[in-house]
Design a protein around this ligand. Structure first.
Ligand SMILES: *[C@@H]1O[C@H](CO)[C@@H](O)[C@H](O)[C@H]1NC(C)=O
Ligand SMILES: *[C@@H]1O[C@H](CO)[C@@H](O)[C@H](O)[C@H]1NC(C)=O
Ligand SMILES: *[C@@H]1O[C@H](CO)[C@@H](O)[C@H](O)[C@H]1NC(C)=O
Length: 233
Protein backbone atom coordinates (compact mmCIF):
# COMPACT_ATOMS: atom_id res chain seq x y z
CA UNK A 1 0.00 0.00 0.00
CA UNK A 2 2.70 2.43 1.02
CA UNK A 3 4.76 1.40 -1.97
CA UNK A 4 1.81 1.97 -4.22
CA UNK A 5 1.33 5.48 -2.86
CA UNK A 6 5.01 6.25 -3.25
CA UNK A 7 4.93 5.06 -6.83
CA UNK A 8 1.98 7.31 -7.56
CA UNK A 9 3.72 10.31 -6.09
CA UNK A 10 6.91 9.73 -8.02
CA UNK A 11 4.97 9.20 -11.20
CA UNK A 12 3.19 12.48 -10.53
CA UNK A 13 6.50 14.27 -9.97
CA UNK A 14 7.92 12.68 -13.09
CA UNK A 15 5.02 13.98 -15.13
CA UNK A 16 5.34 17.36 -13.49
CA UNK A 17 8.99 17.61 -14.42
CA UNK A 18 8.75 16.09 -17.84
CA UNK A 19 6.13 18.68 -18.65
CA UNK A 20 8.53 21.41 -17.75
CA UNK A 21 12.03 20.20 -18.39
CA UNK A 22 12.09 17.52 -21.03
CA UNK A 23 11.73 18.10 -24.75
CA UNK A 24 14.26 20.86 -25.05
CA UNK A 25 12.43 22.83 -27.70
CA UNK A 26 13.62 26.34 -27.12
CA UNK A 27 12.83 28.99 -29.66
CA UNK A 28 13.36 32.67 -29.31
CA UNK A 29 12.13 35.60 -31.34
CA UNK A 30 13.26 39.16 -31.18
CA UNK A 31 10.89 41.95 -32.10
CA UNK A 32 11.24 45.66 -31.80
CA UNK A 33 8.85 47.60 -29.60
CA UNK A 34 5.64 48.31 -31.40
CA UNK A 35 6.14 45.35 -33.66
CA UNK A 36 3.79 42.43 -33.92
CA UNK A 37 4.79 38.99 -32.77
CA UNK A 38 3.39 35.55 -33.53
CA UNK A 39 3.69 32.92 -30.80
CA UNK A 40 3.37 29.46 -32.30
CA UNK A 41 1.40 26.78 -30.55
CA UNK A 42 3.59 23.69 -30.68
CA UNK A 43 1.16 21.14 -29.23
CA UNK A 44 -1.64 21.24 -31.78
CA UNK A 45 -3.75 18.14 -32.11
CA UNK A 46 -2.79 16.40 -35.35
CA UNK A 47 -5.29 16.54 -38.19
CA UNK A 48 -7.58 18.86 -36.27
CA UNK A 49 -8.29 21.75 -38.62
CA UNK A 50 -9.74 24.26 -36.22
CA UNK A 51 -8.66 26.16 -33.11
CA UNK A 52 -11.72 25.18 -31.07
CA UNK A 53 -9.49 22.97 -28.92
CA UNK A 54 -6.86 25.67 -28.27
CA UNK A 55 -6.51 27.75 -25.14
CA UNK A 56 -3.81 30.37 -24.49
CA UNK A 57 -2.88 31.42 -20.96
CA UNK A 58 -0.64 34.27 -19.85
CA UNK A 59 1.31 34.73 -16.63
CA UNK A 60 3.05 38.09 -16.34
CA UNK A 61 6.59 38.52 -15.03
CA UNK A 62 5.36 39.54 -11.59
CA UNK A 63 4.05 36.01 -11.23
CA UNK A 64 0.38 36.78 -10.81
CA UNK A 65 -2.16 34.07 -11.52
CA UNK A 66 -2.51 32.95 -15.11
CA UNK A 67 -5.01 34.87 -17.22
CA UNK A 68 -6.87 33.14 -20.02
CA UNK A 69 -6.35 35.11 -23.24
CA UNK A 70 -7.95 32.66 -25.62
CA UNK A 71 -10.52 30.05 -24.66
CA UNK A 72 -11.20 27.25 -27.16
CA UNK A 73 -10.22 29.50 -30.05
CA UNK A 74 -12.14 32.57 -28.87
CA UNK A 75 -10.34 35.71 -27.70
CA UNK A 76 -11.44 36.61 -24.20
CA UNK A 77 -11.99 40.10 -22.83
CA UNK A 78 -8.70 41.17 -21.21
CA UNK A 79 -6.64 44.37 -21.07
CA UNK A 80 -4.97 43.39 -24.31
CA UNK A 81 -7.73 41.59 -26.18
CA UNK A 82 -7.86 44.34 -28.83
CA UNK A 83 -4.21 43.61 -29.69
CA UNK A 84 -4.67 39.85 -29.97
CA UNK A 85 -5.62 37.53 -32.77
CA UNK A 86 -5.36 33.81 -33.49
CA UNK A 87 -4.02 32.50 -36.80
CA UNK A 88 -5.31 29.50 -38.73
CA UNK A 89 -2.48 27.52 -37.10
CA UNK A 90 -3.75 28.66 -33.68
CA UNK A 91 -0.67 30.81 -33.09
CA UNK A 92 -1.26 33.81 -30.86
CA UNK A 93 -0.56 37.15 -32.55
CA UNK A 94 0.19 40.11 -30.30
CA UNK A 95 0.20 43.50 -31.96
CA UNK A 96 2.35 46.41 -30.79
CA UNK A 97 4.12 44.52 -28.07
CA UNK A 98 4.93 46.42 -24.88
CA UNK A 99 6.85 45.60 -21.69
CA UNK A 100 3.56 44.53 -20.12
CA UNK A 101 3.50 41.59 -22.50
CA UNK A 102 6.64 40.07 -20.93
CA UNK A 103 5.84 36.76 -19.32
CA UNK A 104 4.89 33.19 -19.91
CA UNK A 105 2.40 32.11 -22.58
CA UNK A 106 0.96 28.61 -22.41
CA UNK A 107 -0.84 26.91 -25.27
CA UNK A 108 -3.06 24.05 -24.12
CA UNK A 109 -5.32 21.67 -26.01
CA UNK A 110 -8.68 20.49 -24.71
CA UNK A 111 -11.05 17.89 -26.06
CA UNK A 112 -14.38 16.45 -25.09
CA UNK A 113 -17.13 17.63 -22.80
CA UNK A 114 -16.15 18.34 -20.11
CA UNK A 115 -12.87 19.38 -21.72
CA UNK A 116 -9.91 17.17 -20.96
CA UNK A 117 -6.36 18.35 -21.61
CA UNK A 118 -4.63 16.67 -24.53
CA UNK A 119 -0.86 16.38 -24.56
CA UNK A 120 1.65 18.59 -22.77
CA UNK A 121 1.59 22.37 -22.45
CA UNK A 122 3.52 24.35 -25.03
CA UNK A 123 5.12 27.25 -23.21
CA UNK A 124 6.46 30.43 -24.75
CA UNK A 125 8.52 32.88 -22.68
CA UNK A 126 8.51 36.45 -23.87
CA UNK A 127 11.32 38.88 -23.02
CA UNK A 128 11.43 42.51 -23.97
CA UNK A 129 14.54 44.51 -24.85
CA UNK A 130 14.15 48.24 -24.34
CA UNK A 131 16.51 50.79 -25.84
CA UNK A 132 16.62 54.33 -24.49
CA UNK A 133 18.61 57.46 -25.13
CA UNK A 134 19.50 59.94 -22.39
CA UNK A 135 21.09 63.29 -23.10
CA UNK A 136 22.73 65.54 -20.54
CA UNK A 137 24.65 68.59 -21.73
CA UNK A 138 27.21 67.14 -24.11
CA UNK A 139 26.87 63.56 -23.00
CA UNK A 140 24.74 60.87 -24.58
CA UNK A 141 23.90 57.57 -22.91
CA UNK A 142 22.31 54.74 -24.81
CA UNK A 143 20.83 51.98 -22.71
CA UNK A 144 19.73 48.57 -23.86
CA UNK A 145 17.97 46.38 -21.34
CA UNK A 146 16.15 43.06 -21.49
CA UNK A 147 13.01 42.55 -19.45
CA UNK A 148 12.62 38.86 -18.76
CA UNK A 149 10.25 36.46 -17.09
CA UNK A 150 12.18 35.21 -14.07
CA UNK A 151 15.94 35.06 -13.87
CA UNK A 152 18.03 36.90 -16.46
CA UNK A 153 20.25 34.66 -18.52
CA UNK A 154 20.71 37.00 -21.45
CA UNK A 155 23.95 38.80 -22.21
CA UNK A 156 23.63 42.34 -23.47
CA UNK A 157 26.28 44.64 -24.89
CA UNK A 158 26.64 47.55 -27.25
CA UNK A 159 28.73 47.23 -30.40
CA UNK A 160 29.35 49.80 -33.10
CA UNK A 161 29.99 49.79 -36.80
CA UNK A 162 31.61 53.16 -37.21
CA UNK A 163 35.10 53.53 -38.65
CA UNK A 164 35.53 56.63 -36.51
CA UNK A 165 34.99 54.70 -33.32
CA UNK A 166 37.66 52.19 -34.21
CA UNK A 167 40.24 54.97 -34.11
CA UNK A 168 39.48 56.45 -30.72
CA UNK A 169 37.73 54.91 -27.76
CA UNK A 170 38.99 57.32 -25.10
CA UNK A 171 35.74 59.21 -24.64
CA UNK A 172 33.45 56.24 -24.69
CA UNK A 173 32.40 54.47 -21.52
CA UNK A 174 30.49 51.25 -21.40
CA UNK A 175 28.71 49.65 -18.50
CA UNK A 176 27.53 46.08 -18.60
CA UNK A 177 25.26 44.21 -16.24
CA UNK A 178 23.54 40.85 -16.70
CA UNK A 179 20.45 42.13 -18.47
CA UNK A 180 21.44 45.58 -19.62
CA UNK A 181 24.24 47.59 -21.12
CA UNK A 182 24.85 51.30 -21.41
CA UNK A 183 27.26 53.26 -23.56
CA UNK A 184 28.08 56.89 -22.78
CA UNK A 185 29.96 59.23 -25.08
CA UNK A 186 30.74 62.92 -25.45
CA UNK A 187 28.75 64.13 -28.42
CA UNK A 188 31.28 66.80 -29.47
CA UNK A 189 34.11 64.26 -29.59
CA UNK A 190 32.08 62.04 -31.87
CA UNK A 191 30.14 64.46 -34.00
CA UNK A 192 30.78 62.23 -37.00
CA UNK A 193 28.91 59.30 -35.55
CA UNK A 194 25.22 58.83 -35.00
CA UNK A 195 23.29 56.74 -32.51
CA UNK A 196 22.39 54.37 -35.30
CA UNK A 197 26.08 53.43 -35.54
CA UNK A 198 25.44 51.50 -32.33
CA UNK A 199 23.90 48.07 -32.19
CA UNK A 200 22.67 46.26 -29.15
CA UNK A 201 24.01 42.71 -29.17
CA UNK A 202 21.75 40.37 -27.22
CA UNK A 203 22.77 36.78 -26.60
CA UNK A 204 19.88 34.62 -25.45
CA UNK A 205 20.16 31.90 -22.84
CA UNK A 206 20.46 29.28 -25.59
CA UNK A 207 23.43 31.14 -27.06
CA UNK A 208 21.75 32.78 -30.02
CA UNK A 209 22.94 36.21 -30.98
CA UNK A 210 20.63 39.01 -32.09
CA UNK A 211 21.62 42.50 -33.17
CA UNK A 212 19.44 45.60 -32.92
CA UNK A 213 20.39 48.90 -34.42
CA UNK A 214 19.61 51.75 -32.08
CA UNK A 215 16.55 53.62 -33.18
CA UNK A 216 14.64 56.21 -31.25
CA UNK A 217 11.22 55.31 -30.04
CA UNK A 218 8.35 57.42 -31.30
CA UNK A 219 6.56 57.82 -27.98
CA UNK A 220 8.73 59.90 -25.66
CA UNK A 221 11.33 58.43 -23.34
CA UNK A 222 11.57 54.92 -24.64
CA UNK A 223 14.25 54.17 -27.19
CA UNK A 224 12.71 51.20 -28.84
CA UNK A 225 11.88 47.76 -27.70
CA UNK A 226 12.71 44.37 -28.91
CA UNK A 227 11.13 41.16 -27.97
CA UNK A 228 12.53 37.86 -27.25
CA UNK A 229 10.59 34.72 -27.00
CA UNK A 230 11.61 31.32 -25.84
CA UNK A 231 9.55 28.28 -26.28
CA UNK A 232 9.80 25.42 -23.83
CA UNK A 233 7.82 22.33 -23.20
C1 LIG B 1 1.19 44.94 -37.20
O1 LIG B 1 0.01 44.44 -37.82
C2 LIG B 1 -0.88 45.45 -38.27
C3 LIG B 1 -2.14 44.80 -38.83
O2 LIG B 1 -2.26 43.49 -38.51
C4 LIG B 1 -0.21 46.26 -39.36
O3 LIG B 1 -1.07 47.28 -39.79
C5 LIG B 1 1.07 46.87 -38.81
O4 LIG B 1 1.75 47.54 -39.83
C6 LIG B 1 1.96 45.80 -38.22
N1 LIG B 1 3.05 46.46 -37.55
C7 LIG B 1 4.31 46.20 -37.86
C8 LIG B 1 5.34 47.01 -37.13
O5 LIG B 1 4.65 45.36 -38.69
C1 LIG C 1 19.46 50.79 -18.16
O1 LIG C 1 18.09 50.48 -18.01
C2 LIG C 1 17.81 49.48 -17.03
C3 LIG C 1 16.34 49.18 -17.07
O2 LIG C 1 15.57 50.33 -16.96
C4 LIG C 1 18.29 49.94 -15.67
O3 LIG C 1 18.08 48.94 -14.71
C5 LIG C 1 19.77 50.28 -15.74
O4 LIG C 1 20.21 50.80 -14.50
C6 LIG C 1 20.03 51.31 -16.84
N1 LIG C 1 21.46 51.53 -16.94
C7 LIG C 1 22.01 52.75 -16.88
C8 LIG C 1 23.48 52.83 -16.92
O5 LIG C 1 21.31 53.75 -16.80
C1 LIG D 1 27.78 39.51 -29.68
O1 LIG D 1 28.06 39.03 -28.37
C2 LIG D 1 28.50 37.69 -28.34
C3 LIG D 1 28.60 37.25 -26.88
O2 LIG D 1 29.10 38.24 -26.06
C4 LIG D 1 29.82 37.56 -29.09
O3 LIG D 1 30.24 36.22 -29.07
C5 LIG D 1 29.61 38.03 -30.52
O4 LIG D 1 30.83 38.01 -31.23
C6 LIG D 1 29.02 39.43 -30.56
N1 LIG D 1 28.68 39.79 -31.93
C7 LIG D 1 29.20 40.83 -32.57
C8 LIG D 1 28.72 41.04 -33.98
O5 LIG D 1 30.01 41.58 -32.06
Amino acid sequence: MIEHKFFNISLFLLLLFSGDLSGDLSLSFTVRDGDNVTLPCENMIKNHHSCDTTTWLFTDSRGKAAVELVNLGQIKETVKSDRLSVTAECSLVIKKVTAEDVGRYTCRQFRGNPGKQQGPDAVVYLSDVIMTEQKSRDQVTLNCSVQVHGHCEHKVKWIHNSEGLNRDYSNIKTLQSPCSAAVTFIKSSYSHISNSDFKCNVTTEDGREQLFTFSPHSSGKKGGEILMIMIKF
